[in-house]
Design a protein around this ligand. Structure first.
Ligand code: F0G
Length: 359
């Protein structure tokens, strides 16, 4: 049909299937961010805005592949644990595939827009007394008992689709700047994107399309209150220690047990990348900075720009670097956080003089 070869499916040759359950995911913009670039003061900063996907987050790239695999397997229940975006995407793609969807959410810790999406697309939503990691433990057990097909990023087909973020960044950067980026800075929760980007680069190296030393430095950012992977990178450890208690305003990455760390940590190391933790206030400042450049994102996404700003201040990033920050979800995902980060509203009477009086 006319979806063939669009967005994610333009890269079908790099994927395990040649078609998906598709609502035109991928092909997201790579924005210039002039104010942030001037503030960070490196050669080039761009933002790959994954919030511009159909459900407002990068998850769609994984679901278009994963839900098709589930369809071919003939499963009758799809399930995930989620901090919100995965549940929104799975609900949408499951609806498209006409398959039952079950989502487990940490009670009271999921942003309003995401719950609304999962509800409207018809998922069965269960609010769990526990954090995301506890939800994932439960769903993994349901899957092990044969009760559901698991579509969290531990599912390798999800990550296959998410590789296309890397392919698009390389193509768009080359087209717009003549170069591939030196560094990609991204928020880390379960470290699925970090693992997917590393696999993307490795496959390009194996195909002879990229030299080993051309792989962009994978630079992961976590919130200070949920930073087990940063801890492992900074301490030079191979194993990530699970954090039982996690807290951050960036609820999408409120995760203490990054399940893809074994695939992601070698990528951070092999590409010469690093990892850094940022405070909630640094995240909100970066969310406002992105908004001033016209890019509306949710808090977790702003962690990438907050991390770049912090690493640059700490002297870990060179003047001549060309950097791409990944922003993973749209502003409207978390309207409460956006409203809190923005300015106040002022009540006025319904006449021009009344309006002019307050201006
Ligand atoms: N940014 C956003 C907006 C997310 O929703 C997530 C993960 C991440 C970053 C982290 O990505 O896991 O590849 O390191 N959200 C999952 C969810 C956990 O349930 O929606 P990662």
């Amino acid at each position: 049909d006319d979806f063939e070869g669009v967005g994610v499916w333009r890269y079908a040759d790099a994927l395990p299937l040649n078609e998906g359950v598709s609502i035109r995911e991928g092909n997201t913009p790579l924005y210039t961010v002039p104010e942030i670039e001037a503030d960070v003061d490196v050669a080039d900063v761009r933002v790959k805005h994954e919030g511009m996907n159909p459900t407002g987050a990068f998850k769609d790239r994984g679901m278009t592949v994963g839900v098709k695999v589930a369809e071919r397997l003939g499963v009758d229940r799809l399930a995930c644990a989620s901090t919100g975006n995965t549940s929104a995407a799975l609900a949408c793609y499951g609806a498209r595939a006409d398959t039952e969807v079950l989502v487990l959410l940490p009670a009271g810790k999921v942003a309003a827009g995401k719950v609304a999406q999962a509800a409207l697309h018809g998922a069965r939503i269960l609010e769990v007394e526990g954090n995301f990691d506890a939800c994932l433990d439960v769903v993994a057990e349901l899957a092990a008992r044969g009760e559901a097909y698991l579509l969290n990023s531990i599912n390798p087909f999800r990550l296959e689709g998410q590789k296309t973020i890397g392919l698009e960044i390389l193509e768009q950067s080359k087209r717009e700047t003549g170069e591939w980026p030196d560094r990609i800075v991204l928020p880390v929760g379960n470290a699925g994107n970090t693992a997917a980007l590393y696999k993307c680069f490795r496959e390009l190296v194996e195909a002879g399309a990229m030299a080993e030393d051309e792989m962009p430095a994978l630079t992961g950012v976590q919130a200070e209150g949920a930073a087990p992977m940063v801890e492992a990178v900074r301490e030079g450890r191979e194993e990530v220690r699970r954090w039982e208690e996690v807290e951050t305003r960036a609820t999408a990455i409120r995760i203490g047990n990054p399940v893809n760390a074994p695939k992601a940590l070698p990528g951070v190391r092999a590409t010469g990348g690093t990892a850094v933790a940022v405070s909630d206030d640094e995240i909100t400042d970066a969310q406002r900075a992105l908004a001033r450049d016209g890019v509306g994102v949710e808090p977790a996404s702003a962690a990438s720009v907050a991390g770049l700003t912090k690493l640059r201040r700490e002297g870990e990033i060179d003047d001549d670097e060309q950097v791409v920050c990944l922003t993973t979800g749209h502003l409207l995902k978390d309207p409460d956080a956006a409203a809190a980060a923005g300015g106040d509203t002022t009540p006025v009477p319904a006449d021009a003089d009344g309006v002019l009086d307050v201006l």
